[in-house]
Design a protein around this ligand. Structure first.
Ligand code: DHB
Ligand code: FE
Length: 282
């Protein structure tokens, strides 16, 4: 028997499930709140079934598909694409600093610390992409610099794979924790990310195709910015004028999160982006 160790999108999905299962989460939801939310969810389902006259065939296909989503390890992928943006919206309204966006399924805590100016670890094939340089400052809401704050950055390679979730990529590739200097400033070099297609070879992708939707997310960087006594933000940055900005399958773009890079004399894409953090007690 030949074992083919080529990366698959389904592999990334189930790696994300394994990663998520590594932690045990709890919430202090009261029985009353749980009951009210569950009743409303079921009422929504009932209304939909009545409205469309859902058939038994459709019901059985739904059951079969839900089983496949679980067996394929795609629950994190499915929920982060279609649900997380709403959770993020509800939970970020009170903040005045830099806008957040969805975390998605591929965050890993503990990326190696790099002092600024930093270059993310990358392979020779990654180096063939256009270099991308981002610099800026992290401040609090009053504009006071936050020295020693950290910017955790992670993004996909040109093929749409994230290190830690695809066996062919070295650990921590295109990931890093950049520490700001005494003025809260940072500078980092990576490669310009490409638009990202959520996996099409699993049940989530089959569903998207069956509905005639597209599976694309605009090119994006994921970031988590944190500092002592400040509320950490998880966000994403996108590229002005890029493809899929207006139809992100994960509905996670915001106008405040657009980068406008220019080309410097060395042909590199360069951009400035500053982060503002809310206080912890906000
Ligand atoms: C998914 C992947 C991403 O890279 C992202 O930013 C958001 C969602 C996903 O596959 O669910
Ligand atoms: Fe992503």
């Amino acid at each position: 028997m030949t074992i083919i160790d080529s990366p698959t999108a389904i592999g990334s999905g189930s790696a994300a499930t394994d990663n998520f299962k590594g932690e045990r989460f709890t919430a202090d939801t009261s029985p009353e709140r749980l009951s009210a939310m569950a009743s409303e969810a079921l009422a929504g389902f009932s209304a939909l079934i009545q409205k469309f006259g859902v058939t038994y065939d459709e019901y059985r296909v739904l059951k079969q598909w839900l089983i496949e989503v679980g067996e394929g390890g795609e629950w994190p992928l499915l929920l982060d694409v279609f649900v997380e943006h709403e959770i993020e919206d509800v939970n970020s309204r009170k903040f005045k600093g830099t806008k957040g966006s969805i975390e998605g399924p591929y965050y890993l805590p503990g990326a190696p610390e790099l002092s600024s100016p930093a270059t993310l670890p990358m392979r020779p094939e990654d180096r063939k992409q256009t270099p991308f340089i981002m610099r800026g400052q992290v401040t609090d809401l009053e504009g006071e610099p936050l020295a020693g704050s950290t910017i955790e950055l992670w993004h996909a390679d040109a093929e749409g794979y994230y290190s830690g979730f695809a066996p062919h990529i070295p650990d921590w590739n295109l990931r890093g924790t950049i520490v700001t200097d005494r003025e809260g400033r940072y500078e980092l070099t990576t490669i310009a990310p490409a638009p990202y297609q959520i996996p099409t070879d699993g049940p989530t992708g089959q569903f998207i195709e069956a509905a005639g939707w597209h599976p694309w997310r605009p090119a994006h960087l994921h970031l988590r910015v944190s500092a002592e006594n400040q509320h950490p933000i998880i966000t994403q940055l996108y590229f002005a004028g890029g493809e899929w900005l207006d139809s992100d399958v994960a509905s996670a773009t915001k106008p405040e999160l657009l980068l406008n890079p220019h080309t410097d004399d060395c042909g590199r894409n360069v951009v400035r982006y500053d982060f503002t953090l809310d206080p912890l007690d906000a």
